[in-house]
Design a protein around this ligand. Structure first.
Ligand code: SAM
Length: 268
């Protein structure tokens, strides 16, 4: 049965579950939006989807209905009986695990996988960055996150939201903000807008880890000139910046992601 607001409320009440803010439990209470996310992901029979935070199973069911193989995590044990009910008749592989505590790479094994999720707000950023950096089996992500987080993922130089997450994302994936989502489609209603982001993995450049580390050092002092902020990690920061073809008076927010790669290459 499609899960609108009344159905979700009734399901949770029947199982004595009150949504927990600490687990980012804002359930998608709009079947049209579930369809839109599924269409954006576009899976078909035999494709492998990993979902983080199955909740009451509305998106999970939509994904399974495409014929894709779905592996779904849900940390809240109170929701497992709900999911047993809403996912009955499907082949969804449901795991009652905290996704931040499992070795996702080992669980997924060989790719390709697509991650599709309405991510809990407290897990969103670190999980996406970790998957991009450490779980190459996930070749595509279609994830709903807070609008502010989505903006940070797609930001480029010169933007106030440009920072280390933007650099990590840009060096691992082609990313687009697919569409924004108003608070009113969730139960309970959150305070902020959300957005669905799509990411298609690209081959990261060599030295990607050092580039991200340098971006971390530089953005820690976002208002400082690179010559100064990098002096904490290299003796002659001016010479390294010159070798990388970067103006020593530039600030980190001026540098495109590939400039951090050039910087990593120029390090002694
Ligand atoms: N997919 C459902 C939907 O769209 O309605 C639920 C989305 S809700 C924003 C996030 C879900 O993630 C909640 O059900 C929450 O219990 C679950 N969750 C939170 N932290 C988690 C974690 N570390 N591992 C697995 N699931 C988690």
């Amino acid at each position: 049965m499609p899960q609108g607001r009344n159905e979700i409320r009734a399901l949770l009440e029947a199982h004595g579950v009150r949504p927990r803010r600490s687990l980012g439990q804002n359930f998608l209470a709009d079947p049209n939006l579930v369809d839109r996310i599924v269409r954006t992901a576009g899976p078909g029979p035999g494709d492998r989807i990993v979902e983080v935070g199955a909740g009451t199973g509305t998106l999970t069911r939509g994904l399974a209905a495409t014929g894709a193989d779905v592996l779904a995590f849900e940390v809240d044990r109170r929701l497992l009986p709900v999911l047993e009910e809403t996912l009955s008749g499907t082949d969804v592989d449901l795991r009652g695990d905290d996704v931040t505590k499992v070795d996702l790479g080992a669980v997924l094994g060989e790719g390709p996988w697509t991650m599709v999720a309405n991510l809990p707000y407290n897990v969103g950023t670190p999980l996406v960055l970790e998957v991009l950096r450490d779980v190459p089996a996930v070749v595509r992500l279609v994830v709903m996150v807070q609008r502010e987080v989505a903006d940070r993922f797609v930001a480029g130089p010169g933007s106030r939201t440009y920072g280390v997450p933007s650099v990590v994302v840009a060096l691992h994936a082609d990313t687009e903000l697919a569409f924004t989502v108003p608070p009113s489609v969730f139960y309970p209603v959150p305070e902020v807008e959300s957005a669905v982001v799509t990411m298609s993995r690209i081959d990261p450049p060599e030295h990607v880890d050092s580039a991200i580390q340098l971006a971390g050092v530089a953005f820690r002092q976002r208002r400082k000139m690179l010559r100064r902020s990098l002096s904490s990690v290299v003796a002659d920061a001016g010479a390294v910046l010159a070798a990388a073809g970067i103006d020593a008076t530039a600030r980190p927010e001026d540098l495109p992601p590939n400039a951090f790669v050039r910087l990593a290459e120029a390090m002694p």
